[in-house]
Design a protein around this ligand. Structure first.
Ligand code: KIV
Length: 276
């Protein structure tokens, strides 16, 4: 059935909190997450009923035009987070810790203070496991909600040798599974799984109590995230296999976002062609 956007359909919903995401997993309700970098896109995402808005360091690529996320600074992320925060009233606001701001717990705590205190974020996201688990513990101990990020971690692009699917080989898949358990044990309340085989993401989702959000990780995660410029067909170059142009054939940005949300909630997105 074609998607029909109803204005103000989500006007009465309650603000989304970190514990509410866990309840959504427990109830089998899909979590819909989208990136945003400014107040206007954030307001449209809220209007479309998006649950979680991420100020991703993808801003370095899709807004600033860099080849990677590495040049994004903490000052820039705080600036964009504050702008997004002014546009939101319902969605949970998550902000990325930029490259190297998780290098030690003290630095990450100060970065989180700025992203939450100045930027208005309600959760911070950081990539990887290993020493990052100690950073997650330090943040959680100081009441900072944490979203972990495993699989293709774009801040490791030079070590990985490119933006490639992770976890096709058994040993790498086992490591990602072990890392998922480790970040959850460290206290992360949400886990993004990027560009991993659908089967691996489904196993992690089954084994963890915390919600998983997939991007290129198949349909069997607890939610989905896309980069907003990818799903509106704005990003130059080839669209990633896991994304889809939701604006094509629709009249407005908010309709495209609402169609994405409906397709995730009704299990139409991602389809087989969007997964590995
Ligand atoms: O930076 C970003 O936009 C992200 C999403 C792709 C999850 O990390």
């Amino acid at each position: 059935m074609p998607h029909v956007y109803t204005e103000n359909a989500h006007a009465d919903r309650k603000p989304v909190t970190a514990p509410a995401l866990r309840a959504m997993k427990d109830d089998g309700r899909k979590i819909v997450m989208l990136t945003a970098y400014d107040a206007s896109f954030a307001a449209r995402a809220d209007e479309a009923g998006i649950d979680v808005v991420l100020v991703g360091d993808s801003l370095g690529m899709v807004v600033q035009g860099h080849a990677s996320t590495l040049p994004v600074t903490l000052d820039q992320t705080v600036y964009h987070t504050a702008a997004v925060s002014r546009g939101l009233s319902k969605a949970l606001l998550v902000a990325d810790l930029p490259f190297m701001s998780d290098r030690d717990p003290a630095f990450a705590l100060e970065a989180a203070r700025r992203l939450m205190g100045e930027g208005g974020a309600a959760m911070v996201k950081l990539e990887g496991a290993g020493h990052i688990c100690g950073v997650i513990e330090a943040l959680v101990e100081r009441n900072v909600p944490v979203c972990a990020h495993l699989g293709l971690t774009p801040q490791s692009v030079h070590r990985l040798g490119g933006y490639r699917v992770q976890g096709r080989e058994e040993a790498v898949a086992e490591q990602i599974l072990a890392d998922a358990h480790a970040v959850a044990a460290a206290g992360a309340q949400l886990l993004v799984l990027e560009a991993v085989p659908a089967e691996l993401a489904a196993r992690i989702t089954r084994e963890l109590d915390i919600p998983t959000i997939g991007i290129g990780a198949g349909a069997d995660t607890d939610g989905q995230v896309l980069v907003v410029y990818d799903m509106l067909g704005i990003t130059p170059g080839k669209r990633p296999k896991f994304s889809k142009d939701f604006l094509a054939g629709r009249g407005s940005v908010v309709e495209a976002m609402a169609a994405f949300a409906d397709d995730v909630r009704d299990g139409r997105f991602p389809a087989a062609e969007h997964q590995y």
